[in-house]
Design a protein around this ligand. Sequence first.
Ligand SMILES: Cc1ncc(C[n+]2csc(CCOP(=O)(O)OP(=O)(O)O)c2C)c(N)n1
Ligand SMILES: [Mg+2]
Length: 376
Amino acid sequence: MPHHTVFEAKIEHLQILDEDGKLDKKLAKNTLSNDQVIHLYEQMRICRELDEIAFKLQRSGRMGTYPQNKGQEANAVGSALAMVKGNDWVVPSYRENAALFMHGMPMHYVLQYWMGDERGSKFPEDVNITPLSVPIGTHMLHATGIAWAMKQRKEADRAVITYFGDGATSEGDFHNAMNFASVMQVPTIFYCQNNSWAISLPREQQMNSATVAQKAIAYDMPTIQVDGNDIFAVYKATQDARTRAIEGGGPSFIEGVTYRLADHTTADDARRYRDQAEVDAWVEKDPLIRTRKYMESIDIWNDTKQEELESRAKTIVKEVLDAAISVTTPTSAEFFNDMYADLPRDLQIQRDTMRTTSIGRNPSQIGLKAQAVETH
Ligand SMILES: Cc1ncc(C[n+]2csc(CCOP(=O)(O)OP(=O)(O)O)c2C)c(N)n1
Ligand SMILES: [Mg+2]
């Protein structure tokens, strides 16, 4: 048979809790307990409070920029719960705050980081999280590398999860990380938060595949698309992927279909490129709303509990804010401190003079020609 099919593939989509807060009991079996649902809901609510405060910090000139998580929180909390805190590693991008907090990152670090303080990336020793990665896609390689180290060391009960956006899957680094993870069969879980936008670029203009999940098929990786605003589906997919990883089944891919309800960052105005109708439709699918509806439908939540949570969230975030703004102001020399154990000579000069070495070489770059000529 010279002409025959050598490979066929399909992508499954998983939703367990729908937009109206209705649970598929059969699919929900062996997933989240009621206490866990409440816990995840609380984490999402507290995180959203932090989002609001960070936004205000930026608008009042106390923070450079900030990427809101609003609308995407279920991806972070559902997957973070399926990973083992202090044992597994979390390799983040910048839109999964709740996962970081659940894995032990002190909350004020995230504010400190976005306020431009390098110390916001120096997590306590026992926290298995790498620094936030704003360069798109570069950190996925680290996730593959950490998992490869685990495999080399025969640490069979450990896995790594890395988060990234749909836009990141159009980057070369993504494919390098996926290929290597697959060839070496390392325990990495690739979690894509597909929010349909890479800043102002809609998904269909940056990739021509019907799903993001199908990209993993090229690497022969188990892959699934889930409703990313459904904590049950996110949790189940991540738990399955982790079980596979620690049983030697290699890497997995999860596409969480979600939406950012806020701007890309505080430096962006999404009204310039997306329709309000699209945003409104996604407000209806908000993970907080549907989780609350579900909890109320089974009588484990009510208005009193909601009020109590809202006031607790305010108190927690107020403390986080106080911690973030009360740290001593970093000196400008500090941003040279973290990259090298021994600072190269060039950078030592930059630190001591607060001038780049390129000024000496090409003064016209910053309009210092006259001054430079005088010194020659
Ligand atoms: C290597 C690199 N290229 C470009 C940018 C500029 N940039 C910042 S965020 C972003 C879009 C990322 O979109 P996506 O991966 O979907 O993540 P999202 O922000 O939607 O969560 C781009 C292009 C960057 N930070 N790093
Ligand atoms: Mg995106």
